[in-house]
Design a binder for this molecule. Sequence first.
Ligand SMILES: *[C@@H]1O[C@H](CO)[C@@H](O)[C@H](O)[C@H]1NC(C)=O
Length: 248
Amino acid sequence: MASARAAALVAAVMALMAGVALADEHNHRYQVSDTVTLWVNKVGPYNNPQQIYNYYLLPFCKPKPVDKPRHKWRGLGEVLQGNELIDSQLELKFRTALPKREICTMSLDDDKVEDFTEAVRRHYWYEFFADKLPIWGFVGPPPEQTQGDTNVYIYTHKSLDIAYNRDRIIHINLTSKSPQPLTSGASLTFTYQVQWKASSIPFVRRFERYLDFNFFEHQMRGCCCCLISNLESLFPAGSYVPVRSPPA
Ligand SMILES: *[C@@H]1O[C@H](CO)[C@@H](O)[C@H](O)[C@H]1NC(C)=O
């Protein structure tokens, strides 16, 4: 399973580097405050890269129905693999910090609780794109981290840290925060924020970090160092420390 995922990742990186994935993020050059589209793509269990769904199959906040969401279709092969990009309609402007902003507030009914709980229990992660760069995050902290707690939690805040070099985007880090319990009848407010930071990494080298194993390890830390096809059996108990714990 781990090797299947590794192969999938390598294939994804190759596709990215070949530039076949997305057609028209124009020329990757932006002026300050130009719109950068944040696309949502897929979601699926971390240890089964074959099982993928569109992000909005989970009851996440959707773009306002009045604004017909923009789709970006990729080749047929991509679509069959579950890649279907939909404009999140979340404001993202080049080199413009965005303080914490609400995406939506939803009240959780039984169906939503069930769908999200299943996703968190099965370690679902999702993929967004901006300027052709993939952005990955987990739906919630893994239940292993909240042992002894009957609640399952969902992350409600996304913090994006974006590195730029002059008029180019170099990389994007997503940090998931504010885990909230999935309880029927509760009201959850989903939020996001954006910070920009200058980088000296040249644009032509921006994909190199995706080829670095440490990058994946870093992205997955706090969640999944022990999920890779039950690799935990290889680690002595307690040899890993969750980076973030949900509120007590
Ligand atoms: C993204 O994360 C990496 C690894 O922690 C870090 O070196 C880099 O500075 C971060 N970038 C931004 C824009 O915060």
